[in-house]
Design a protein around this ligand. Structure first.
Ligand SMILES: C[S@@+](CC[C@H](N)C(=O)[O-])C[C@H]1O[C@@H](n2cnc3c(N)ncnc32)[C@H](O)[C@@H]1O
Length: 282
């Protein structure tokens, strides 16, 4: 992408401050969330081992923080939103896990200068924090790699543009009436929803990505890409069908099993709600 809009940290900070507690149930309140959780856990289980030092960026309310603690990792939880960090801390306290977390830090992924280079065994940033960083996307990826030890693992997950387009097409139809065809074509061509071209009321300004965007971000880095995974592919079926499937105790485990298989299928990479890259720093 030649010219990305300028990153404004106030946008994600305010957006996630205002979402508050809703973030705690984001991956359990519906079946899409459940699929996403399942695939992320399949990945984390492989890499987050006992005593692995982990920096969790954009940790939100702690849906995965609690799991990293249970894996026995040495965890630092961080987020740009003070509100999310407070919720995370209180959820971990409720679960009696707070003592096992090394620190809770307010961190913007585009600037990790408070952390020494080569510090963590593993750095994770899933759920889409990178989608908000626009012209600082490359800086954010470089920062994640800088603070990771050589041989360490970086796991980055982003919101997929193609899946978003499919799932939110009804909104696109409405927004076309509001903003006109030039704005709609802008979003379709770039995946960018920004104040200048696509001023949605929610101020949810993001660069929805394709796998080729992640490829570019890791292209000139000293890394080996270990896995490219899609998450939430079967969400294309829609919530009603997935809810029906979940009611069948025999069927639902098979659906989850298939979701994992599809998540590894290169042909599906851009079709899940999230695209996740696992890379090893050389
Ligand atoms: C969709 S939530 C995902 C939370 C958690 N990782 C999960 O998957 O449940 C995205 C999180 O990223 C955080 N975030 C957004 N932009 C960020 C940035 N530039 N730096 C750090 N965190 C950011 C938000 O505050 C929010 O808590």
């Amino acid at each position: 992408m030649d010219k990305l809009p300028k990153y404004n940290p106030d946008i994600p900070e305010r957006f996630y401050d205002s979402l508050g507690e809703k973030e705690w149930t984001r991956l359990s309140k519906n079946r899409l969330g459940e699929l996403l959780f399942h695939v992320h856990m399949d990945i984390f289980r492989q890499y987050a081992k006992k005593d692995t030092s982990v920096l969790e960026l954009g940790a939100g309310a702690g849906v995965f923080s609690k799991e990293f603690v249970r894996f026995g990792t040495q965890l630092v939880v961080s987020d740009i939103s003070e509100k999310q960090l407070t919720i995370n801390r209180s959820k971990m306290a409720e679960l009696r896990l707070e003592e096992q977390i090394e620190a809770f830090q307010l961190l913007d992924i585009t600037d990790l200068s408070s952390i020494d280079k080569n510090h963590y065994d593993m750095v994770t940033c899933v759920g889409g924090a990178l989608n908000y960083t626009f012209d600082k996307e490359q800086a954010a990826v470089s920062e994640m790699l800088r603070v990771t030890k050589p041989g360490g693992i970086v796991i980055v997950g982003v919101m997929s543009f193609i899946s978003a387009l499919v799932r939110y097409l009804p909104a696109v139809v409405e927004e076309k009436q509001q903003f006109g065809i030039a704005a709609t074509n802008w979003v379709m061509d770039t995946g960018i929803q920004d104040a200048e071209h696509y001023p949605v009321k929610s101020r949810h300004y993001v660069h929805m990505m394709e796998s080729k965007d992640l490829d570019l971000l890791f292209e000139d880095q000293n890394v080996q890409i270990l896995e490219k995974r899609a998450a939430g592919i079967l969400a294309m079926a829609g919530e009603t069908a997935l809810n029906q499937a979940k009611e069948d105790d025999e069927l639902w485990p098979s659906i989850l099993h298939k979701e994992i298989k599809l998540s590894k299928n290169p042909a599906c990479l851009d079709c899940g709600a999230n695209i996740i890259y696992v890379v090893r720093k050389k």
